[in-house]
Design a binder for this molecule. Structure first.
Ligand SMILES: *Cc1c(COP(=O)(O)O)cnc(C)c1O
Length: 388
């Protein structure tokens, strides 16, 4: 059997490589700690689980859901956008439930990208933006996210001919993998750029609620006129510890919402209505739950930063996400560093190169382990002589 060309064009899935290396080491009986994957390690917030118990017993929830999400879920999502950002949205025209944002992110490319079209994607970045462009037959142009620019792309550096051929741009703040944040002024520049070149601006807000030290992340839809060009992708996964539930929403430009809805309508049949009911509870959840979760990540961040500082890293506390993005030991490549981490310290961290060419020279730490385990990793690094 011959596979499609599109499958041959994409690099191996980043975490498949990591999983293989871990399995190899574990098969040799080595005790490995993984700071690799961005999957919350604590349970789904209790009020959501309680609602799920009720919702699953309701036979009305057992049939196919409406293709764009239940009315209850969409209305609650709109009310949340209003409460959280002051953004008004129409629950029928400007709101769409998704099966977790990865699904919607991948599918939006099918709605806008044809052969010969370009997309503008961040590098380093979530690998789906690049790969879904390739699946759609398009060409991704990588916008470098550089440390000296606070990991924000410089729109002035995008060649005019590429901008003219681009159909879609992805931004992701708070950012995976760098932990960087963007302000409204930056979003305004992005909206202006996308209006100028008639580009759909897609904002991935997977980490919108995972913020520290009093910082609150803005929405691109707060920029005046943003709805003319922008879609925003939200996910329950990281905010409420719901990665396995597969639920979230997309909102913004009505034409784009409709287009994505048409693609989805032909590919999937939505998230189980009981899950949408349970996810609706998240929109009104007591803020204490989110604050406690963020406090937990903030403590882990502080422990990790203190540890890395002791090993010679000079790092600034990140304001958001459960990631630290750090340069590898001077003189090493990302690959050499993560291999040394695995083989000598028995700690798994992904190579920055897995997030794109501009990730070379970095590695990512996911704070998805408790403080004792993070301290243990630092000790192991110390014992293995790994320093900045
Ligand atoms: C985790 C993540 C997502 C996808 O989350 P879902 O579980 O599919 O909702 C999207 N974008 C980024 C940047 C992520 O890190």
């Amino acid at each position: 059997m011959k596979l499609s060309e599109r499958l041959e064009k994409i690099p191996p899935y980043l975490f498949a490589e990591i999983d293989r290396k871990i399995a190899e080491a574990r098969a040799k009986g080595i005790d490995i700690i993984s700071l690799g994957i961005g999957d919350p390690d604590t349970p789904t917030l209790p009020p959501i689980v309680e609602e799920m118990h009720r919702a699953v017993d309701n036979p009305k929830n057992h049939d196919y859901p409406p293709y764009n999400g239940t009315e209850k879920f969409r209305k609650a999502a709109c009310a949340w956008m209003k409460k959280r950002f002051g953004v008004e949205l129409d629950a029928d025209e400007e709101m769409l439930a998704n099966i977790g944002s990865k699904e919607a992110i991948a599918h939006v490319f099918l709605a806008f990208v044809d052969k010969g079209d370009y997309t503008l994607v961040p590098d380093p970045g979530y690998p789906v933006y690049h790969n879904a462009t390739v699946f759609a037959g398009g060409t991704p142009y990588h916008m470098p996210l550089l440390e000296e620019n606070g990991y924000l792309p410089d729109f002035d550096k995008i060649p005019e001919d590429i901008a003219k051929k681009s159909k879609l741009m992805f931004l992701n703040y708070p950012n995976n993998p760098t932990g960087a944040v963007a302000d409204l002024e930056f979003f305004k520049k992005a909206v202006d750029f996308c209006k100028k070149y008639d580009i759909l601006l897609c904002s991935d807000m997977a980490y919108s609620e995972m913020t520290f030290d009093g910082y609150k992340a803005p929405s691109v839809l707060q920029v005046e006129g943003a709805k003319d060009v922008a879609l925003e992708f939200y996910s329950h996964s990281k905010s409420y510890n719901m990665t396995g539930w597969r639920v979230g929403f997309v909102c913004g430009n009505a034409k784009a919402v409709k287009a994505l809805g048409t693609i989805k309508n032909n590919i999937d049949s939505g998230t189980f209505k009981a899950i949408q009911d349970a996810a609706t509870v998240a929109f009104d959840i007591d803020e204490k739950y989110i604050n406690d979760l963020n406090k937990m990540y903030q403590e882990r961040r502080d422990v990790a930063e203190k540890g890395f500082k002791e090993l010679g890293w000079n790092i600034k506390p990140s304001k958001a996400t459960f990631y630290l993005w750090l340069p590898v030991t001077r003189g090493m490549s990302s690959e050499q560093f993560v291999t040394k981490m695995l083989e000598d310290a028995h700690v798994v961290v992904p190579s920055g190169r897995g997030y794109g060419e501009y990730g070379e020279g970095y590695f990512r730490v996911a704070l998805t382990k408790d403080t004792d385990t993070i301290k243990e990793c630092i000790e192991r690094m110390k014992d293995a002589g790994i320093k900045y």
